[in-house]
Design a protein around this ligand. Structure first.
Ligand code: NAD
Length: 298
């Protein structure tokens, strides 16, 4: 019998989206401002197409001005940089997102860093990374996935994590490192682990908070989890499974949910946990950017 609370990311994201919609309507009504989100997608990667479609649909549902630029896979670096430069100048656009990964011939670093920090709603620009790392979380655009994870952690442990130990599995710039910075800013004692960590299960067993962002299906077993821990599973892994003699694809996380939910206090499922929160945080960042541009944030 599972005992952990199942953290419903879908419900939390829906609740947050409602607030964003209300604030967006108020911004339009009181100030005539509509948050503007521009999404740039390059090439035909099917997973990216799905992500971008969902982002546009959510932005439209929030009442944003949302535009999409679809560029061919063989677009030149210069053309991408020119497009970003024009979006940087566009007063109707408050958030710019270039969907990753990019085709191999493009310089991802140069493109990401060409987005104006004030419109960098993905939080990938070095200015925003620097602010976050310096503990200036209120002023930075924080990457959407860890920002969403943090809200779910707060729901279960409060805003001050003093005295609690957090282990982040994975050290990517998109998830692991910013997640660790956010946890540190909330006074948790943070350990970042990765593929070269020795005896990972033993390290994870000491954690009151576990955030797994690896990309290895069911890697974290129930016997890795400290009783009463809060477990956030960022991993999204597509695996093949047999259903009534048919092979079907399904999504699972980095944590063995059934095992871990026997031990944890609260745990996110995959799907329906971190994923829905990520898109909602993108909307939250874009709304905040629009307010900042209008001088409506202290
Ligand atoms: P990444 O490949 O950039 O980083 C993976 C990290 O895992 C690396 O730091 C690596 O050192 C570590 N790692 C690899 N093997 C390991 C092992 N055996 N033990 C411990 N650490 C190991 O990936 P990412 O972009 O950070 O994404 C991680 C996962 O999260 C992926 O499954 C991705 O699809 C998912 N993701 C989900 C969302 C969401 O919205 N839910 C957003 C971003 C990423």
């Amino acid at each position: 019998m599972a005992s952990a609370i199942r953290i419903d990311g879908k419900a939390k994201a829906a609740e947050l989206s409602e607030k964003i919609k209300e604030e967006t309507a108020a911004l339009a009504g009181n100030h005539g401002i509509k948050p503007g989100l521009a999404v740039v997608i390059i090439g035909e990667d099917p997973a990216s197409q799905v992500y971008v479609r969902n982002k546009k649909r959510t932005a439209d549902a929030c009442g944003f001005h949302s535009i999409q630029h679809s560029l061919p896979a063989d677009v030149s670096q210069r053309d991408v940089l020119d497009l970003v430069a024009s979006l940087n100048e566009d007063k109707a656009i408050h958030g710019i997102l270039v969907q990753l990964p990019l085709p191999d011939h493009l310089d991802e670093h140069q493109i990401t860093q060409s987005i104006a920090p004030s419109k960098d709603v993905d939080g990938f620009h070095y200015i925003n990374i620097g602010k976050l790392t310096a503990g200036d979380t209120a002023d930075a655009f924080v990457p959407c996935t860890p920002a969403g994870c943090m809200l779910m952690i707060e729901d279960h442990l409060g805003a001050d994590l003093s005295g609690l130990s957090a282990v982040v599995i994975g050290r990517s710039n998109i998830v692991g490192k910013p997640m660790a910075s956010l946890l540190l800013a909330r006074n948790a004692t943070v350990t970042i682990t990765h593929s070269r960590t020795k005896d990972l299960p033993a390290v994870v067993r000491g954690a009151d908070i576990v955030v797994a962002a690896v990309g290895r299906p069911n890697m974290v077993g129930g016997d890795w989890i400290k009783p009463g821990a809060v477990v956030i599973d960022v991993g999204i892994n597509r695996v093949e499974t047999e259903v009534d003699g048919e092979t079907k694809a399904k999504l699972i996380g980095d944590v063995n949910y059934d095992e871990a939910s026997e031990v944890a206090k609260a745990i996110t499922p995959v799907p329906g946990g971190v994923g829905p929160m990520t898109i909602t945080m993108l909307m939250a960042n874009t709304l905040r950017s629009a307010k900042l541009a209008a001088g409506l944030v202290d």
